[in-house]
Design a binder for this molecule. Structure first.
Ligand code: ADP
Length: 310
């Protein structure tokens, strides 16, 4: 199965309002509470794709209970480690397609709780074919944590897809994950310079590959993606769509990629599936949500081509 890791899960609350401005009081026309955190978005999309998925990570308090109940209601298998602190809340205010977000920091995680998670991870690894590591880390969890998880997975011959940013991404790359999926701004932060055209992006991607990452996929929103797969560059072009809510498209991309690799698809098909999932998520109001029928159609509209001269 595909093992998804969410160390800083959240209860996502989305309010839809007609009008929003600082300092005002507004009544929502629609509100929704869901299990969130990037890893849980990946999990939900994998389940929608019909992939075998097991979700793990850290959950605590009544917010943690809510997430476990949500996963149960969807029939998604999970094996989280319980912690003393309460899982965070993230709030999104949606106003005519424009989203404003406030993200909770997350509970403090003790050293013993983190070690408990490492034990859990090692117990689950023998059942996993692919691991996805997504999102930021809660307070108390060191930046090198993903690196430790990658090393443990590699010891079992399990491929890891890493999708995070900042210090956890930089530290995780050193452990040589199978794939990373930064977006443009995450990649710019990583290499500490602005990346304008494709040549700039390609150079930065090569640098990451040289530090021991086999596959680098840089997602570029409506511009699709560039991928460096075992030394070959690909350009992924996506159809023009009316985006409803692109938040979580990167997570949907990771889910599509994981499912493509799991099924042993060849490179171009796996990249097309990944991109189609990203596009489908952008067409849905819910974050971390795809329409499997739309994905089938979008796959035929996504173009994946080798980049000449690279
Ligand atoms: P992230 O959520 O990590 O910032 P992106 O915004 O780059 O990721 O989106 C991931 C993928 O989702 C893109 O590569 C593309 O395939 C798809 N996507 C995102 N936004 C749009 C959009 N507005 N139109 C079409 N496809 C999109």
């Amino acid at each position: 199965m595909i093992l998804t890791v969410t160390l800083n899960a959240s209860v996502d609350i989305r309010f839809t309002v007609k009008e929003f401005r600082r300092g005002g009081v507004f009544r929502s026309t629609d509100d929704k509470q869901s299990a969130g955190g990037k890893g849980l978005n990946v999990t939900r999309v994998l389940a929608q794709l019909g992939a075998p998925v097991l979700a793990t990570g850290l959950l605590g308090g009544s917010n943690g209970d809510f997430i476990a109940t949500e996963l149960d209601a969807r029939g998604i298998e999970h094996a989280f480690v319980r912690i003393a602190g309460n899982t965070r809340v993230c709030i999104a205010i949606l106003e005519e397609g424009v989203q404003t977000e406030v993200l909770g920091r997350g509970p403090n995680v003790s050293g013993a709780e983190l070690e408990g998670f490492f034990s859990q991870f090692r117990r689950l690894l023998p059942r996993a074919k692919i691991v996805t590591l997504s999102g930021g880390l809660p307070p108390g969890v060191p930046a090198g944590t993903y690196g430790r998880l990658i090393e443990a997975a590699k010891g079992h011959g399990v491929a890891v897809i890493l999708d995070t940013s900042g210090a956890p991404l930089a530290a995780g790359i050193k452990a040589g994950p199978f794939a990373v999926k930064p977006n443009r701004s995450e990649l710019e932060t990583l290499v500490n310079r602005r990346l304008d055209g494709e040549a700039d992006l390609a150079r930065a991607m090569s640098e990451i590959a040289q530090s021991g990452v086999e596959n680098v996929i840089v997602s570029l929103g409506a511009q699709g993606a560039l991928a460096l797969v075992q030394g070959r560059f690909y350009r992924v072009t996506v159809p023009r769509i009316k985006a409803v809510n692109p938040v979580g498209s990167g997570d949907a991309t990771v889910a599509g990629l994981a499912w493509g690799i799991y099924q042993g698809l060849e490179v171009q098909s796996a990249l097309a599936l990944a991109a189609a999932c990203g596009v489908s998520n952008a067409m849905e109001l819910d974050t971390g949500c795809i329409d499997p029928a739309a994905v089938e159609k979008l796959i035929t509209e996504v173009k994946v081509e080798r980049m000449a001269g690279l």
